[in-house]
Design a protein around this ligand. Structure first.
Ligand code: AMP
Ligand code: GLY
Length: 414
């Protein structure tokens, strides 16, 4: 099988590293990729927001499967364009990617499918906004309707801040605050069937102790020993199956990765958000533990070959991913600094994200620069492995959280 992977982040590096382990894989091409990915696959510097350029590359290379990493090309209709020319694609159509692209659309689908989520109002003017804020009270949850690269959501006790954020967007979803730990659970779907990956937890705040601004994710761990034992079955039954069935019934089947961001509340699981792609950094923590050959799995999903009985196989060990962020991340990341000390140990894997080569030397080129995943028999060992490697990496002004999976490892539930 010849695969073309679209994207350039840490998620794509982890996808590439997992796919090259699949015995069915003949060659792996990535567009545009990054210096880390270039060590394990063939990279092509094309504009991935240009659907025609991707199609031409896939045809030139005689590609059997295109795997789309980021959400933007999905919302731009890349999957539709590929399917039109009969190239198998793992990634939803533009219509189905609206599950991520529009919070209001996701809420409507969940309502129609009976999927448990926060009560909400969609508002388009100040009077509606104020009414909704007062109906729910603090803490206020305000979400811009469209894709907002992680900046669309504000959760605050300050009504004035909530109102100001709401007024920045023509259409906002205001919803009930959900109290409880958050879990990311991914389903892989062929449009009619869906199989679940194990859950992971990510750390969204920039600094230790969940302080500081929201980020794209500063780390993750898996498995979650404290989560209900049947969390995968519950999520399949209450969230993933009904959502896939609803999307199929609407004539816009969801083929690709359905990311359910869940809150485990006292009243049960509730969906906080859907994404239409693999999460970052959850992918970097989950895929090193996946035993099921990934390229074959994604090909089956892209071509209607899954069954509901299929189960994915994971190793029994634990994994912890720690993200190295540039100085100033997330507000104003400083880029273009040299990076040294990238030495994997047998228990770790370094996944590059915001990196580029300048005169043959690795430099930072984005806010989230790289991630180190450590594995071990328990979370304590996995943490040790990851932190030993990340502490040896030098990048001026960079920072990483020291408490990824710390609380879970201290409870010693593994
Ligand atoms: P989202 O982009 O919808 O995932 O929101 C970003 C973050 O805001 C989530 O990971 C949560 O931490 C928080 N959040 C979103 N919706 C809610 C909610 N209804 N209740 C509590 N926190 C929320
Ligand atoms: N880890 C959060 C996201 O991928 O959106």
């Amino acid at each position: 099988m010849r695969v073309l992977l679209i994207g350039s982040g840490g998620r794509e590096h982890a996808l590439a590293a997992a796919m090259i382990e699949d015995p069915q894989l003949e060659s792996l091409h990535v567009a545009p990729g990054n210096p880390g990915i270039a060590q394990i696959a063939i990279c092509h510097a094309i504009d991935i927001d240009n659907n025609q350029a991707v199609i031409e590359l896939a045809q030139q290379l005689d590609i059997d499967l295109v795997v789309v990493g980021p959400e933007k090309p999905l919302v731009n209709g890349l999957s539709d364009a590929l399917r039109k020319v009969k190239i198998a694609c793992f990634g939803p159509s533009a219509a189905a990617a609206q599950l991520e692209g529009s919070k209001d659309f996701a809420k409507q689908v969940m309502a129609d499918a009976g999927v448990p989520t926060a009560k909400s109002y969609t508002c388009t003017n100040q009077a509606e906004i104020e009414k909704a804020l007062d109906a729910f009270g603090a803490p206020y949850v305000v979400k811009h309707d469209g894709l907002a690269a992680g900046k669309g959501v504000v959760v605050t006790d300050d009504r004035a801040e909530a109102l100001a954020h709401a007024l920045l967007s023509a259409r906002v979803v205001i919803e009930e605050f959900l109290d409880g730990p958050e879990v990311s659970l991914f389903g892989i779907s062929d449009g009619a069937h869906i199989v679940a990956m194990q859950p992971a937890q990510d750390f969204k705040r920039a600094y230790d102790g969940d302080a500081g601004p929201n980020t794209g994710g500063m780390g993750a761990y898996s498995p979650l020993a404290w989560a209900p034992k049947d969390i995968m079955e519950q999520t399949l039954e209450k969230v993933l199956h009904p959502t896939i069935a609803e999307m199929a019934a609407r004539g816009t089947p969801f083929v690709g990765l359905l990311y359910a961001g869940l809150a485990l509340t006292k009243k049960g699981i509730r969906v906080i958000e859907f994404n239409a792609r693999f999460g970052d950094p959850e992918t970097q923590v989950l895929l090193p533990r996946l035993k099921t050959p990934l390229a074959t799995l994604l090909y089956k999903a892209a071509t209607g070959g899954l069954t509901d009985e299929m189960k994915l196989e994971f190793t029994n060990d634990c994994a912890v991913t720690v993200v190295l962020a540039a100085a100033g991340y997330p507000a104003d990341p400083k880029v273009g600094e040299p990076i040294t000390g990238l030495d994997d140990s047998p228990q770790t894997r370094i996944f590059q994200a915001g990196t580029k080569l300048k005169d043959g030397i690795l430099h930072s080129s984005g806010g989230r620069v790289l991630a180190v995943t450590g594995k071990g028999a328990d979370l304590t060992q996995a943490r040790l492995a990851a932190y030993e490697v990340i502490s040896q990496i030098t990048l001026a002004g960079s920072h990483y959280r020291r408490d990824i999976a710390l609380a879970a490892s201290e409870i010693g539930e593994n």
